[in-house]
Design a protein around this ligand. Sequence first.
Ligand SMILES: [Ca+2]
Length: 222
Amino acid sequence: MATASATVLTLISGTAAQADEPAPEPSATYTPTTEPAQDDVDKEPSNPVIADYKGRKINLAETWEGATSCTELPNGEVHCYDTDEEASADPALAEESRLKTPQVDREARDPRRCIPDYWCLYEHADYKGKILRFSADGKKRLKDWGMNNKLSSVFYRVRSWSLNYGDARVIDWRSWPVSDRERQFSAGSLGHPARYPNFKRLDYPGGGNWNDKVDVFEVRRA
Ligand SMILES: [Ca+2]
């Protein structure tokens, strides 16, 4: 099976290089539609995230219960909330994040549910559905956060630029011999937040789009 796949890939590469030649009949063994649009590969050990929600601990890998958003806080804790007002007022947020959130240097089309200097990951397009807010540098295995293969839009507005420059990267783990897919996400610039309102409009390497495929979200402080 593996040898056959490698052979097919070689044949296809050779064919693509000869664009003037008539296209050969498709090989009987070349059936691209059998490649799953997404698969469920784990390439790192699981480490479920335990969050505080309504005064108790919940395992986000299993359930968000009724929470509508969760934030990874500077003290390393994760808090989940019923409302965006709770999320914006959390005393565990850095003071400047908490104070600046309601202020005016934002645009009408900014999603109301994001917090400055946090990468906001949304379950649905147009910044809808459940939200994860990430700030700390590093890879987040979304299965641990209960968001695997669900991500559909992202927003990020930098305020404290000296702390939050850098970018982000998403990864879709794939089964061998298909290589993992990756995409870089710019952090935008001062006054120009990073807007990715619909992953269905982000081309996926090899065809299709990025909607509901991301397994890893990596925050990269440069
Ligand atoms: Ca995936």
